[in-house]
Design a protein around this ligand. Structure first.
Ligand SMILES: *Cc1c(COP(=O)(O)O)cnc(C)c1O
Length: 398
């Protein structure tokens, strides 16, 4: 997945363009910037990549999630449904708005399960935050049915699924709003950065203003802009956008490499009867940023993960005991450890987490192994790696 593996001359050239005139901010300073508008150019590229009418770049993927929700009017006391298997950022981004994260089980797609969502809907529910983890996707049609029935927004976090598609649409462009991250380890990187994509002009306009103090961005004198509403600063810089601009141009190549490497490993593991792969919903095409496979149970998955570690197969995880990606280890969130007071409404709204039962998620995440697919591996290296993985897995069953 990580675009940083292939950092090179194109990235340097784009960054140098910005350094040449010194305007490292994305707004204003029209006269000084010699026609360089890297953030704007990157937004135009991403409209194309994500087949979305509007793109707003922001400072991170986490910011993208908060900005997306805020732009669609989600805030204090609203409940947002999110999966148990994701990155802690999902939880944080919801909390930042004073909204309440409601964690719901995943299924064999490793994404949100539509039936589990339906059970969690209350009169306070405003949005479903689908997270397209590890390059694949949840059952989007089934989730849309639940969303329509209860009049809920669908926000898609496609931070780990750049390049994946569902029924011909890029992941991230399927819901009402989509969120991307371009942090250092994502498929394309800006160093730090993120984007909100949507086809809804109102959400887009809100995102544009909200991410820059509420500035209306009318005219070319920032000092005279008015503020239709409260905003904050989630801006991306021109330097970061410049790196992203180089990377997005190379995305087709990155995706082709990812796919080649993914397919070699998948073909090798397919020969092991104990190995099964995550279910990809009908009409879905994975981005191949990760290969996810399952073993019969937590015990064998733990042994395989340990075997990989000892045998030098890096970047593979069993997320069951992982601090970043799964609810089991998020004690700081379950205990609501916060530097500042949390509202009574949110505290009460999160009380369920102390006793929530996620055994369905435990079942799927406990058996799963998730392997990052790198871009820098040569075909030979991938083949050697695949053979090593097969040996280690087989040794657990012999
Ligand atoms: C990386 C990631 C984020 C957050 O992105 P940052 O740019 O690091 O803030 C959010 N959600 C998921 C699923 C991610 O993988």
């Amino acid at each position: 997945m990580p675009g940083f593996e292939l950092f090179g001359d194109l990235e340097r050239k784009e960054v140098n363009d910005v350094l040449d005139n010194g305007v490292i901010m994305r707004y204003g300073f029209d006269g000084m910037r010699k026609g360089h508008w890297k953030a704007k150019e990157l937004e135009a590229e991403l409209q194309d990549t994500f087949q979305s009418k509007y793109v707003q770049l922001v400072s991170s993927g986490t910011a993208a999630v908060s900005v997306a929700l805020a732009s669609a009017g989600v805030g204090a006391g609203d409940e947002v449904i999110m999966p148990t298997f994701t990155f802690v950022a999902s939880f944080e981004a919801i909390m930042m708005l004073g909204a309440i994260p409601i964690l719901v089980d995943v299924d064999d797609t490793l994404g949100l399960n539509a039936k589990a969502i339906e059970k969690a809907v209350t009169p306070k529910t405003k949005a479903i935050m689908v997270v397209q983890m590890c390059g694949s996707m949840a059952d989007m049609d089934a989730i849309q049915v639940v969303a329509d029935k209860h009049d809920l927004l669908v926000v898609e976090d496609a931070c780990q699924a750049i390049g994946g598609t569902y029924k011909g649409k890029p992941l991230g462009s399927v819901g009402d709003l989509g969120c991307f991250s371009f942090d250092f380890v994502k498929t394309i990187t800006c160093g730090e950065g993120g984007a909100v994509v949507t086809n809804n002009i109102e959400y887009y306009t809100n995102a544009d203003h909200y991410s820059d103090h509420g500035h209306d961005h009318i005219g070319n004198d920032r000092g005279t802009e008015s503020h239709p509403f409260l905003g904050y600063n989630f801006r991306i810089s021109e330097l970061h956008a410049a790196v992203g601009l180089a990377q997005v141009k190379r995305l087709p190549k990155f995706l082709a490499l990812q796919k080649r490497n993914f397919n070699i490993i998948k073909a090798a593991l397919s020969q092991i009867p104990e190995v099964t792969f995550r279910r990809v919903p009908e009409g879905g095409v994975e981005s191949c940023s990760f290969l996810n496979f399952s073993l019969p149970n937590l015990e064998t998955a733990t042994k395989v993960a340990q075997g990989f570690k000892e045998g030098g197969v890096d970047a593979c995880w069993n997320y069951y005991n992982n601090n970043w990606h799964y609810i089991r280890k998020w004690e700081h969130l379950k205990d609501l450890k916060s530097l500042f007071p949390i509202s009574k409404e949110v505290k009460e709204g999160l009380a369920y987490l102390k006793t929530a039962n996620y055994e369905v998620s435990d079942y799927y995440i406990g058996r799963n192994i998730s392997c990052l697919i790198k871009l820098s591996w040569t075909e030979n290296e991938v083949q050697e790696r695949a053979a090593k993985m097969v040996n280690i897995i087989q040794s657990v069953f012999n």
